[in-house]
Design a protein around this ligand. Structure first.
Ligand code: PEP
Ligand code: MG
Length: 878
């Protein structure tokens, strides 16, 4: 019989996929002798079986749960539901990959009317017993019975108000008894049954609720955002309760072994005396900084510091620890690798390497290349910041800079961002229901809650700027406005948040780009030592080229020349060229474009210094450059001195049913060779200019797009060579240049050996190659691809992550065929996949020379390329 339940002394930290992260770590902490309350874990397989069995718990699993419960009762010497010595347990979810706050938890399970009396007598603390009971009914009511939490909160607030009480800890036994009775009335009214009094029934209901919470709406959204597979299931941890709410010698808290915002090596966290865990996260009472525990409970503090050191050394990573103090005794309830900002991740990885805790390779593997993205985004410009009006200050909960329009609900944020607005979500406090709004917002501002509040934790995980606990702001959600003294900020007004300082500013503040310095620079240096793939960039302006070089680009892998055609001062000449009726007319227009193109290339060659630059000749269908609205066509006819009707007809004629499969790419040059001729002239003139004037070594790589047959390339290469030779003769110089092609049509991949006869390099255009291999339009697939993902046809959009088994197979085949003809052919990729870490791993494995990606992804690609070497366990070092 398969084992579906493990007690904590049977597991260890390697068993995450079966016991979930929490269960595996509780078992590990028990194993290394740390003070963990006893318990057991129901496996993720049991959760999956629950769903396979049509949402029912198999009797054999129920039996295993009860037999482990027996064992737990023996270990603790207590009994679930016992009148004299009741055992209380917590029932917590525990996914394989942590999903903080997304699933359900029930605390204090096992209490009923009699056991509460018993607990009060046993602890000589009836206040504590009734406080636990009211918490249990509310939590069980909300999580298991589906009764809105606010119904219970209303009762609590009314009793507090009636008795002039501010803080929950001031509630008397009588108050608590009254609350319990009213809570039970709510349950009866809502469920038509009394509150369940049988603890075993409570337990099975709670386990079912936790299984169910794996598929609640927010958990599904969270998994979609974080690309966590939906089939993993959650484990359930049943653990004997320890109580932080037993009085002044008890408490509870959370702490990180290093600062999760900055990575600084300091114990960072919060605690509350006389409270249970949910009080800390809920932001109802304001917690104290962990350093204050030193004064209040010096012995416990010393012990806790010791434990944090043991845990960090044991896990070799920054830990996020939950603890409870019950009557002056410390217990650990959870440890896990702490979520952190990208800045903290980089700093911690470098510092732990310097401390000798991990090595360089481990440091590189620790970092999530996607997360690094956060460090590459802008911060406020200092001069702009000085001019800005500061309106308030809260806690710097998650770093970054954000500017946007204020909205007060998650739904409004989502809608506004769909309209293309940049938005700041302003809430009193956030809850897991706000997850979609948080994803869509540029930044989050809350008026309540600390550094470990929901808003803070989730925003840090997302790399989103967040200012939390900004208490002086009064939010009036009803009237969609917030106020600070006499300042009023309405829905739709702009504010700016500085997540590094916690300062809130009025209006828009301009931002500046990031730099690769400090620990980040170190990580990049280590990545460069290890990686074998070269990293180039896709850039078509000198500005982008400079940004990319600053981020470490080693060349340009794709310069799309058509982007230059759209600029204000040249689009007219481009249009004149397109609508030309004769070769002469076309050449006349092209001659107007030549100086512009030459200037463009000079700028790029200078910005790239002597790094290689691949320039692709014109690719899109000509129709894309023409106006479509009547008034625009009229204006063009006037500007070009043409007859309006004639021009309209020409534009009509150029329309295609499938422009992506139409007259574009090299096909344009087969029909109008003078277009490519002009571009080649511009490239060669620019290269000669830069070599002669700036003493920069330039060897242009001229790339022909959309080749499907070797003959096309043969003809165009001849044209390129003749044009280049003519200039070199004219100028009396010798210039080295290469001619190569993109492989972006399946036929080109299949006949790559033939194409390589004429190509000195291949660059895989995996955007078009994906389009043509799948037969999915690049521009229209958005309409159905999400549904494909939801139905798990694809794990990921194939336009974002390379489809290794299909498109990837074509790429591999083309590499082999290409090399069989030309051993030293240079091979790269310039489709969007060149910046995707998973696809970069593939590119490394199949032996490409370089990947090319947008400037902001260059550092991500450098890291991913190093990780590819480490993951694939080769000893390639440059
Ligand atoms: C490609 O097709 O992958 C490519 C890089 O070219 P473009 O995206 O410009 O079609
Ligand atoms: Mg293409």
């Amino acid at each position: 019989m398969k084992k579906f339940v493990y007690s904590f002394d049977e597991g260890n930290k390697e068993m995450k996929s079966l016991l979930g992260g929490k269960g595996a770590n509780l078992a590990e902490m028990s194993k290394i002798g740390l003070p963990v309350p006893s318990g057991f874990t129901i496996t993720t397989e049991a959760c999956n079986k629950y769903y396979e069995d049509g949402k029912s718990i198999d009797p054999s699993i129920k039996e295993m749960i009860f037999s482990n419960l027996d064992k737990l009762e023996k270990t603790t010497n207590k009994k679930l539901g016992d009148l004299n010595n009741p055992l209380l347990v917590s029932v917590r979810s525990g996914a394989v990959i942590s999903m903080p706050g997304m699933m359900d938890t029930v605390l204090n399970l096992g209490l009923n009317d009699e056991a509460t009396e018993g607990l009060g007598n046993l602890t000589k603390n009836p206040r504590f017993a009734y406080d636990s009971y009211r918490r249990f009914i509310q939590m069980f009511g909300d999580v298991v019975l589906g009764i809105s939490k606010y119904k219970f909160d209303n009762v609590l607030d009314k009793v507090k108000e009636a008795n002039g009480i501010e803080d929950d800890t001031e509630l008397s036994v009588e108050n608590l008894k009254e609350i319990v009775n009213k809570y039970k009335d709510i349950v009866k009214k809502e469920t038509k049954k009394g509150f369940p009094q049988d603890p075993k029934e409570q337990l099975m209901m709670a386990v079912t609720a936790v299984f169910e919470s794996w598929n609640n709406a927010r958990a599904i959204v969270y998994r979609n955002i974080n690309e966590i597979p939906h089939h993993l299931g959650t484990a359930v941890n049943i653990q004997s309760m320890v109580f932080g709410n037993m009085g002044e010698s008890s408490g509870t808290g959370v702490a990180f072994t290093r600062n999760p915002s900055t990575g600084e090596k300091e114990l960072f966290g919060e605690f509350l005396i006389n409270a249970q865990g949910e009080d800390v996260v809920a932001g109802i009472r304001t917690p104290k900084a962990i350093s204050e525990l030193k004064d209040i409970m010096p012995n416990i503090y010393t012990e806790f510091v010791e434990v944090t050191k043991i845990l960090e050394k044991h896990y070799k990573d920054m830990q996020d620890i939950e603890f409870t103090i019950e009557n002056d005794k410390l217990y650990l309830l959870q440890t896990r690798n702490g979520k952190r900002t990208a800045k903290a991740a980089v700093n911690i990885a470098v510092e732990m390497t310097n401390e000798g805790l991990i090595d360089k390779k481990a440091a590189l593997m620790r970092l999530n290349p996607q997360q690094i993205d956060q460090l590459l985004h802008p911060t406020f410009k200092l001069d702009e910041l000085e001019k800005a009006r500061r309106i308030s200050k809260g806690l710097p909960a998650s770093p970054g800079a954000a500017t946007g329009k204020v909205y007060f609900t998650s739904e409004e944020v989502v809608e506004a961002s769909r309209r293309g607005e940049k938005v700041i979500l302003v809430r009193i406090e956030t809850s897991p229901e706000d997850i979609e709004g948080m994803v869509s917002a540029e930044g989050i501002l809350t008026t309540r809650g600390g550094m470990t509040s929901h808003a803070a934790v989730v925003a840090r995980g997302m790399g989103k700027c967040c200012v939390a606990g900004c208490g002086e702001i009064k939010v009036d959600e009803h009237n969609k406005v917030f106020r600070i003294d006499d300042i009023e900020v309405k829905e739709g007004d702009f504010i700016s948040l500085d997540g590094n300082s916690g300062i809130v500013y009025e209006g828009i503040i301009e931002t500046k780009s990031a730099e690769l310095i400090g620990s980040f620079g170190k990580i990049m240096e280590w990545a460069d030592e290890i990686r074998s793939l070269k990293i180039r960039t896709n850039a078509d302006t000198p500005r982008d080229s400079e940004v990319a070089v600053n981020f470490g680009a080693e060349g340009i892998g794709l310069c799309r020349t058509e982007h230059m055609f759209f600029k204000e001062n040249r689009i007219l000449a481009v249009r004149e060229m397109i609508v030309a009726k004769t070769k002469e007319e076309r050449e006349k227009a092209l001659n107007k474009l030549l100086p512009f193109q030459k200037e463009d290339f000079i700028g790029i060659f200078e910005a790239m210094e002597s790094r290689p630059v691949t320039i692709r000749l014109l690719d899109p269908p000509l129709h894309e450059f023409l106006p479509h609205k009547d008034e625009d066509i009229k204006a063009l006819a006037d500007e070009l001195n043409l007859d309006y009707n004639g021009l309209r007809e020409t534009i009509e004629d150029l329309k295609e049913f499938n422009p992506m499969l139409g007259h574009r790419g090299c096909r344009l040059a087969i029909t109008y060779p003078e277009i490519y001729q002009m571009q080649v002239r511009a490239i060669i003139y620019a290269a000669i200019h830069v070599i002669q004037e700036k003493d920069i070594k330039v060897e242009p790589e001229i790339m022909i797009p959309l080749i499907c047959h070797e003959k096309e390339l043969e003809i165009i290469k001849k044209l390129v060579n003749e044009t280049a030779n003519e200039i070199m003769r004219e100028e009396n110089v010798q210039l080295k240049y290469k001619v190569g092609t993109m492989i972006e049509i399946p036929r080109a991949a299949l006949t790559a050996d033939e194409i390589a006869n004429h190509a000195e390099f291949f660059s895989f255009g995996t955007n078009d190659l994906t389009q043509m291999t799948f037969g999915f339009s690049r521009d229209d697939s958005g309409k159905f691809i999400n549904e494909y993902r939801e139905k798990e046809v694809f794990e990921k959009d194939p336009f974002a992550r390379l489809d290794q088994s299909g498109v990837g197979k074509l790429v591999e085949m083309a590499i082999k065929l290409g090399r069989s003809t030309r051993k030293d052919i240079k091979l790269g990729i310039c489709g969007e996949h060149g910046g995707d870490p998973d696809s970069i791993d593939f590119c490394h494995r199949i032996g490409l020379d370089y990947v090319s990606c947008s400037p902001f992804r260059v550092p991500i690609a450098r890291l991913a390329a190093a990780q590819a070497v480490i993951k694939n366990r080769t000893d390639e070092c440059r």
